[in-house]
Write a protein that binds this ligand. Structure first.
Ligand code: 5GP
Ligand code: MN
Length: 341
C-alpha cells in the first residue's frame, strides 16, 4: 500500500489531466468511489472528470456533484476529445477496462498512465501501470478510505466525500449484511459518520426513494420467480416486453435477485434480463458456492464469490435453458452448506 501510495502521489504531481471511469450499469460503489475520488482531488487542488458508460440510477442523484458526471452514451465526441488529452486514467470498481462496456474499445490506443482501484477477484493487472487491489475489503469505496488514510488525505474529508464513500460501502454490503465481516469496514465507516454522514438519512435517500413502478415491477418479478428446491436455486427472467410494459427505468431491477436468495434453503439465485439488447444475468449465493466461478465459466462474467454477473450471447430463453441444464452438474456443491437449510 505504502509504495503504491507514493507512486500515486508521484503520478498526480507530474500530471494534471485526470479522468476517472467505472463500470457499465453503475451501482452505488461505482458512483460513490468515482465521485469521492473526484471531490477529494478537487479539495487538493486537482481537477478530475468522471465519465461513465451510461446513466446511473436516479436514487443516487442526491449525491453532491453527481450532476458533474458525464456519460459516453450522451456525449461520445466530448468523451473522445477529453480522452485524447487525458494523462492519467483511473479505473474504479472494475476488474478490467472491458467492464466499461462501449467505452472499452476507446482505451486500446490510450497511451497515458492507467491506475486501477478495485476489490474484485483477479483484476487484469497487465492493463494498468499502478494497481490498488484488495479483495478483502467490502467495496472500492472502503478501499479508497484506506488509501486516503495512508496518504493523509483523510484530514480533507468533508461531508460530500464522506457521503459518497458511505453510499458505496452501504450499497456494496447490502446495508451491512454481506462482505462486511472485518472490523476495518466499521472503523472507516465510523470515521465517515464523524465527517458528517447521517446513516439513516443516506439509507432513506437510496432505498426509500423508489418510483411506484419499481415496486410494481418487483411484485411482477417475484410473481414470475421459479424455485427449484432440488437444486436450492431460485431465478427470475424478465424479457424486453415485460420490462417495457412495466416502464422499467435504469436501476429498477437492481436488488430483485436478493429477494430470490432470501428464501429459506435457497443458496443460489439468478436474475435474467435484457439490457442494451443483450442478456444480462445477476447471480447471488449464500455460503461457499462461488457465483464468481460459475459466471466466469458459463456466462462470460465474474465478480465476487457471493455476487457476480455475466452476459449471454443468444435469447433470454436460451440463457435460462443453459442455466437450468447446468444445475445437475453442481448438485453436490449446491447441497454442501448445511447451515443455510
Ligand atoms: P450485479 O449483479 O449487481 O450487476 O453485479 C454483481 C457483481 O458482479 C459486481 O461486483 C459486478 O461488478 C460484477 N459483474 C456484473 N456483471 C459482470 C460482468 O458482465 N462481468 C464481470 N466480470 N463482472 C460482472
Ligand atoms: Mn464494488
Amino acid at each position: 500500500m505504502k509504495s503504491n501510495c507514493k507512486a500515486l502521489e508521484k503520478l498526480l504531481t507530474a500530471h494534471t489531466r485526470l479522468m476517472i471511469v467505472s463500470h457499465e450499469n453503475p451501482d452505488g460503489d461505482a458512483v460513490g468511489s468515482a465521485l469521492a475520488l473526484k471531490l477529494m482531488l478537487h479539495r487538493l487542488g486537482k481537477e478530475a472528470s468522471v465519465w461513465l458508460p451510461g446513466r446511473f440510477p436516479a436514487y443516487y442523484r442526491w449525491l453532491s456533484s453527481s450532476d458533474t458526471i458525464r456519460y459516453l452514451s450522451e456525449q461520445p465526441e466530448a468523451f473522445l476529445k477529453e480522452l485524447a488529452e487525458t494523462e492519467v486514467l483511473i479505473g474504479v470498481d472494475l476488474s478490467s477496462l472491458s467492464r466499461t462496456g462501449k467505452m472499452a474499445i476507446h482505451f486500446t490506443g490510450f497511451t497515458g498512465k492507467r491506475v486501477l482501484i478495485d476489490h474484485h477477484i483477479d483484476p487484469e493487472e497487465s492493463e494498468f501501470n499502478l494497481v490498488f487491489s484488495d479483495v478483502t475489503v467490502s467495496s472500492t469505496s472502503e478501499l479508497i478510505c484506506h488509501i486516503f488514510e495512508a496518504l493523509g488525505w483523510d484530514k480533507h474529508m468533508d461531508r460530500p466525500v464522506a457521503e459518497a464513500l458511505y453510499t458505496g460501502i452501504m450499497t456494496d454490503t447490502g446495508s451491512f449484511s454481506f462482505n462486511c465481516n472485518s472490523p476495518k469496514t466499521y472503523e472507516v465507516t465510523g470515521k465517515l459518520i464523524h465527517n458528517g454522514v447521517v446513516p439513516d438519512r443516506v439509507h432513506k435517500l437510496v432505498y426509500d426513494n423508489n418510483t411506484e413502478g419499481r415496486i410494481r415491477l418487483l411484485g411482477y418479478a417475484l410473481h414470475k420467480m421459479q424455485v427449484l428446491h432440488d437444486f436450492r436455486t431460485a431465478f427470475i427472467a424478465l424479457d424486453k416486453d415485460e420490462l417495457e410494459k412495466n416502464r422499467s427505468q435504469v436501476g429498477d431491477t437492481e436488488g430483485i435477485v436478493n429477494f430470490a436468495l432470501s428464501i429459506k434453503g435457497i443458496i443460489l439465485a439468478a436474475f435474467f434480463s435484457i439490457r442494451d439488447g443483450e442478456v444480462k444475468i445477476s447471480f447471488r449465493s449464500k455460503g461457499t458456492f462461488s457465483v464468481n466461478e460459475f459466471a466466469r465459466r458459463h456466462f462470460n462474467g465474474g465478480g465476487h464469490r457471493n455476487a457476480a454477473g455475466g452476459s449471454f450471447n443468444g435469447s433470454l430463453k436460451q440463457a435460462v435453458e443453459l442455466f437450468e441444464s447446468l444445475l445437475p452438474e453442481y448438485k453436490t456443491e449446491l447441497e454442501r452448506d448445511e447451515i443455510y437449510r
